[in-house]
Design a protein around this ligand. Structure first.
Ligand SMILES: [Zn+2]
Length: 235
């Protein structure tokens, strides 16, 4: 399960890895798009509602290019993500619905550079939803009692955009898939050739650390933390 703040974020962060896992490992990839991207233009002629429609279609094409089986669009306004009960409950619901082994999201914690507010919010709330809200039936219990969902504990998270990646995935052979997914967001890339080149350059740079020609890098968080007792508290 991938939690991406705007259309076009996850493709650059983990598009190669998802494409590879979907095709080689049979991984079922679910994309959860948090905002509708309705502020992502400098074109004053285009109405936000129209832009949101365009970007939803672009996201569907991008998800398909990565081999995702489903895309869920939460529809928050661009720039409007908050660490709210509503947003947290929505991510908890998707975790409970799909029972993912692995969560992909943006690393919300940076010490050197600033990030988009929606990026911080999506990463933070996704991690909180995974640990421990989705697991405990006492959180958002109506999802269990009224909607028939089951609690779920996510095994681990892969954070893209991290200042301290510690896991690298070889995406040689999947650069084209990553670029195709990213460039599905036509409205965001007026210079697709240049962007395609930057995809390759970025993957090469990341790969250097890991001794790979092309890679994506992540900070991995394991949620069990070696203290399994919490798993049994409510059983
Ligand atoms: Zn973004």
């Amino acid at each position: 399960m991938v939690v991406t703040p705007h259309p076009d974020d996850c493709e650059g962060g983990c598009g190669g890895t998802l494409s590879r896992w979907a095709r080689e490992a049979g991984t079922q990839v679910l994309v959860v798009l948090c905002t509708n991207g309705d502020k992502g233009t400098s074109d004053r002629q285009i109405a936000p509602g129209r832009l949101a429609e365009i970007r939803a279609a672009e996201q569907r094409a991008a998800s398909e290019a990565m081999g995702a089986v489903e895309t869920v669009m939460l529809g928050h306004p661009d720039g409007g993500l908050e660490d709210s009960l509503l947003f947290r409950s929505q991510l908890v619901r998707e975790i409970r619905r799909h029972q993912p082994d692995v969560l992909f999201c943006i690393d919300p914690y940076r010490s050197v550079s600033h990030t988009h507010r929606d990026h911080r919010m999506s990463g933070q709330v996704a991690l909180d939803a995974a640990f421990t809200y989705a697991w405990s039936y006492l959180h958002f219990s109506e999802q269990i009692t009224a909607e028939g969902l089951r609690p779920h504990s996510v095994g681990e998270a892969y954070l893209w955009g991290s200042e301290a990646p510690d896991v690298y995935v070889d995406i040689g052979g999947y650069l084209e898939h990553k670029a195709a997914a990213l460039l599905s967001h036509v409205s965001q890339f007026p210079d697709p050739a240049g962007r395609r080149e930057r995809v390759a350059t970025g993957a090469t740079e990341t790969g250097k650390t890991a001794g790979l020609p092309y890679a994506e890098g992540f900070r991995r968080i394991r949620f069990d933390l070696g203290t399994p007792a919490w798993r049994y508290l409510h059983t």
